[in-house]
Design a protein around this ligand. Sequence first.
Ligand code: XIL
Length: 374
Amino acid sequence: MRAISRREVLAGTLALALATPARGDVEPSPAPALKTLAAQRGILYGSCAAYTQIAAEDDFTVLLARECGLIVPENEMKWAEMSPGAGLEDFRRPDQMVDFADAHGLHFRGHNMLWYWRTPSWFFELHDRKSSEQAILKRVDEMGRRYRGRIHSWDVVNEPLNPQDGRPDGLRKAVFLDAIGPDYLALAHHAARAADPAARLVVNEYDVEYDTPEQDDKRLASLHLIEAMKKAGTPVDAFGVQAHLSVDRLPFSARKLRRFLSEMADLEVAIQITELDVTDENAPAATSERDRLVADQYARFLEVALDEKAVKLLTCWGLSDRHSWIVRHETNDQKWRRDGLASRPLPFDDALMAKPAWAAIAEALKAAPPRDPG
Ligand code: XIL
């Protein structure tokens, strides 16, 4: 990978401002960039990115550096992606991504230390509690210490909750709970704090955005979890709202979302919007109509979310429709379009042209109350 220098980024931006946009060019998006509008409100704006994108696509990289103040690796830091066998870790991709961020003056979200869904298969074969505990501590300590001082925030445990599993504490009945019991969260958070005291430690969750009974339960469990962690003296700095949204999939209550964010803020944690995207599987085929509906969802969600001053960070799960997990049809098949058209969930299209979703984010940032960046 060749890092693009600041001079090249500036030169690229200037050239783009002069050029007529065509496929492959970056359309001069209405200045200023999202990161600038966000910073004016005390919010850090960013996107996920993948190593293959930053290594091979100069046009995309220029856009990324221009619009974002932070990146998060889409998959490169997940344990199962890094670990080819028991006790083995391959740090090359994570190293390259953190180096890229440093070279471009971008903040970095570490995603993630532990996630039941991307845990290496060898971990499941550890049969006693002691070995599981040691493996978790080694993982958290190695990640924390290796990138110490270079990480804005760490998702320590991704998606720890699933009230539908029926536990009173709402914890997900999955691999770490099975191996260690409910204390695994405290264990991981204490180790993460010791390994990198400056990184903000985040509990990152999905399905807390909409108005359904399941999401009511998830919101409640989230509040209880953060409250319990705080009470027990477990270090936790922020709650992450993933915000994988869809046009016309589930009912939305601005009131419930707003109340949830206030109650979370009352627990004295920051809130991060960590993986925002809006899929269009239920929208009609016409591009302009689809883009309008997607933009409406961004606007509706962000109007509520950014009103809460505890929200300090906004990250989209991708910047351009060229690179989205939903467009790539990797998982979550209920969010794929059935008519064969590529979905359009992100602020820029696949030719890197700003879409109505970009404008919706820009407007929401402009309307947001200013806050202390935290
Ligand atoms: C997704 C990636 O985008 C995909 O490329 C991968 O196949 C699966 O994981 N919640 C998370 C992210 O916390 O890590 C997930 O990312 C999307 C849902």
